[in-house]
Ligand binder design. Structure first.
Ligand SMILES: [Zn+2]
Length: 159
């Protein structure tokens, strides 16, 4: 599987499951995710190089309807996870290592990496021009209920 980057648009008010779920629900979801992945990174198949695996949310962005849908979770090693969050990696100064990892996993040269990153950040800019509706019905199928969270106004007032 190729390592890809799906940056969360700046206009998405919901992007981090871990901070919106109870610890119990989040632990249940991520333990299931690691189990299903056989305790290996689902991209590069490493067992984590001494770091524990991390659980990453997979979002689908419909550029026609502007609906952001949660479609699943994926178990990633720290290196692959940092690539997924390339905007954060740039902020934190991890991006050189992240770019190297992206090149290695996808067997890309430097030009291919730069072109791909340009594309990813262009899509991010475009998507950040729109408001996004949220579809997290996937969670209900996993037995996780989310009181109040679907109500954006309620969430904003709570801030
Ligand atoms: Zn990996």
């Amino acid at each position: 599987m190729k390592l890809t980057i799906e940056l969360v648009p700046q206009t998405c008010f919901f992007s981090n499951l871990r901070s919106n779920l109870s610890k119990k629900d989040w632990d249940m979801l991520r333990q299931q995710c690691y189990f299903r992945a056989n305790y290996r990174c689902e991209i590069c198949h490493s067992t984590g190089n001494g770091f524990s695996l991390e659980c990453h949310e997979i979002w689908h962005y419909d550029d026609e309807t502007h609906v952001q849908s949660l479609t699943g979770l994926v178990a990633l090693c720290r290196d692959c996870h940092r690539v997924k969050h390339m905007a954060l990696a740039r902020k934190m100064g991890w991006h050189y290592q992240a770019e190297e990892h992206l090149a290695e996993i996808n067997n890309w040269n430097q030009i291919q990496v730069s072109r791909y990153l340009d594309l990813v950040f262009d899509v991010f800019e475009q998507r950040s021009q729109h408001d996004w509706k949220l579809d997290i019905s996937w969670l209900a199928g996993m037995g996780v209920t989310l009181p109040d969270m679907l109500d954006r106004d309620a969430q904003l007032q709570g801030l």
